[in-house]
Structure formats: C-alpha cells, structure tokens
Design a protein around this ligand. Sequence first.
Ligand code: ZN
Length: 136
Amino acid sequence: MTDPANVLPLPTPNAESQAFWDACTDGRLTFARCTACDAVQFPPQKSCTACGGETGEASEASGQGTVFTFTINHRAPGPAFAERAPYVIALIDLAEGPRLMMNVINCAPEDVTIGMPVRICFEPRGDMALPQAEPA
Ligand SMILES: [Zn+2]
C-alpha cells in the first residue's frame, strides 16, 4: 500500500467547487463575475464575496498572467515533493484580476522573476489536473 506521504496531494472538490475542478481537468481555468458589483469570484461561487450578490455563469480565463511575487522552496514538505525541490511557489496575477497561488513550472526556478509574463498550464495529477503557471 502506498504511503499517503509519498503521493502528491489532490484538492478535495465540494459541491460548489466540483465544476471548477472538472473544468481544470478539461484544461480550462474558470472564474465568475458578480452581476451586481462586477467583482471577480475565483474560484467561481454562487454568492459574491464583496457584496453578497449573485454571480453569473463561470467564464474561462485567458490564461495570461504575470508573477506578482514568488519564493523558491528548497526543502520538500514531504517525500512526495522531494523530486520537485527546489520549486517555485508564486502569486500570479491573472489578466482578469484574480491573484492565484501556484507553482511556476517548465523552467528553472532561478529564471523566474517578478513581473514575468506567464500562462496557465495544467499539471495532470491523479485523475485531475491542477492549474500551474509556465513562462509565456
Ligand atoms: Zn458583488
């Protein structure tokens, strides 16, 4: 039996986030906008976190973004991450406004810079796919 510490963690979708994670698995990053105040809701949810109003249908993000800030993690938090270290944990500003925490992959950690243009890519993990960033 595989020790859970040796397996990269997966999100646990709930009733509200299942559609978001299904979209990620299909290679689409989605968000919603409040129909009352226009605030972006990421991940999509039924009620606006700014005003409590209703949000519209989820839209697909362009996938374009920039690195707001980042750190390079040299110490794996567990055995599952050992092969990844060192790796980049970054805050990515999406073109649509949301700021997301994700890894910057498909480049050397030392090549990541603040303000660097990135695009969203999807890392297969288990039977899901997680949104990550890569150099644009
Ligand atoms: Zn609102």
